[in-house]
Ligand binder design. Structure first.
Ligand code: FAD
Length: 345
């Protein structure tokens, strides 16, 4: 493998039903930073059927080029034809870096593609940067520059690992939704659009989709909320979440929770914040009856303002909180909600 042939930062621009997923814009934002460090450009890879019209939107969020693989076989996501499409793009255009969202689709697609193009993949990254590897080389061992340093929690979140892929290309990573930030939209931006079709030969490896049943969620996406009122095991019972719902209603927020709450069956999994839940960045995050375990904090520490309510003054949540209230949530919440209601009335 001649590493010098591989150039540019590529992003898999996930779309579903002809709508680009938020992760595509987040990855473009990060790709722009990496490309500027490497003095190269950003390419979005758009795969689907009848999707060419999405190229301008990708340009508006930072893509310099868009490679479009458009084929009727690609109408709905299926592992085999999408893997063939992305692996073929990589073999043809030789990117130095290939980023994929750690969504349900990306977690299926990324590892298969990496195996097919014979490179490594770091899954579920929370940080990406360009740097030297290894940081402190052993005597006689070469230090390589301009490597993609991919950071992710490891061993159940008890340690943070930084991983590089120095001997193969592309350097591939999946990235958790909600971690990277998209750039402000540049209206009217245009990208160079390249149409590429490696050809698709349906065979018995192709899954036939008979019906798609979409799960209908009654809850809002907590990743979009400006204010989150998050409850933990300390709330005590599913019924007691009423106190949090009242506060959320008074301030125009949404309710979310810790994993302990999901494990207890008090709230559905799509409200869980943290390493195995969602990564959120609201303007205000209330952590109520939440101890502040590292796996929870990993999903909310980037919030603009964190307010913690906990009866234990030594709870680790106070280390990341901007404001802390030590006391019983059953006493504090009704008063807080009343005060807020009175203030806005
Ligand atoms: P607890 O740790 O039990 O804390 C309850 C808190 O409530 C305590 O601090 C207590 O002082 C306080 N409290 C009790 N009663 C009151 C009261 N009346 N008033 C005020 N405060 C009160 N966790 C997540 O949240 N998200 C994840 O994505 C996640 N992923 C994980 C992944 C792995 C691989 C592992 C191993 C763990 C993961 N966890 C995750 C679990 C995590 O380690 C903690 O167990 C969990 O976050 C604890 O939830 P909690 O803070 O609600 O409960």
């Amino acid at each position: 493998m001649n590493l010098e042939e591989y150039k540019g930062v590529y992003v898999y621009a996930q779309q579903v039903d002809g709508t680009l997923s938020g992760i595509a814009f987040e990855l473009l934002g990060k790709a722009k930073d990496l490309a500027s460090d490497l003095k190269t450009d950003v390419t979005a890879v758009l795969i689907g059927s009848d999707v060419k019209g999405l190229a301008d939107e990708l340009a508006a969020y930072g893509a310099d080029k868009v490679i479009v693989v458009d084929d009727p076989e690609l109408k709905d996501y299926r592992t085999e034809p999408y893997t063939h499409a992305l692996a073929s793009v990589i073999n043809e255009y030789k990117p130095e870096i290939m980023l994929v969202g750690a969504t349900a689709i990306g977690r299926d697609l990324g590892p298969r593609v990496s195996a097919r193009v014979a490179t490594g993949l770091t899954a579920d990254c929370t940080q990406l940067e360009i740097g030297d590897f290894p940081l402190n080389p052993m005597p006689g061992k070469e230090q390589k520059h301009n490597q993609l340093l991919m950071t992710r929690p490891a061993f159940g979140g008890n340690t943070i690992a930084t991983i590089a892929c120095p001997d193969n290309r592309p350097q591939m990573a999946t990235v958790r939704p909600g971690v990277m930030q998209k750039i402000d939209k540049i209206d009217g931006a245009k990208a160079e659009v390249i149409e590429y079709n490696p050809g698709f030969t349906p065979d018995n490896k192709y899954v036939e989709i008979i019906d798609i049943v979409k799960s209908v969620s009654e809850t809002v996406d907590i990743m979009d909320a400006k204010i989150l009122v998050s409850g933990g095991r300390g709330v005590g019972s599913p019924e007691n979440f009423k106190l949090l719902e009242d506060l959320a209603e008074a301030i125009g927020g949404e309710v979310s929770c810790s994993r302990a709450v999901v494990d207890n069956g008090w709230k559905p999994k799509d409200l869980q914040v943290g390493q195995t839940g969602k990564t959120v960045r609201p303007q205000v995050y209330f952590a109520i009856g939440i101890s502040g375990a590292i796996q929870h904090v990993a999903g909310m520490e980037e919030s603009d303002l964190i307010i913690a309510i906990n009866k234990d003054e030594t709870a680790p949540i106070f280390e990341v909180a901007d404001y802390g209230i030590v006391g019983d949530l059953n006493k504090i919440l009704p008063q807080l909600t009343e005060q807020i209601k009175a203030a806005v009335a």
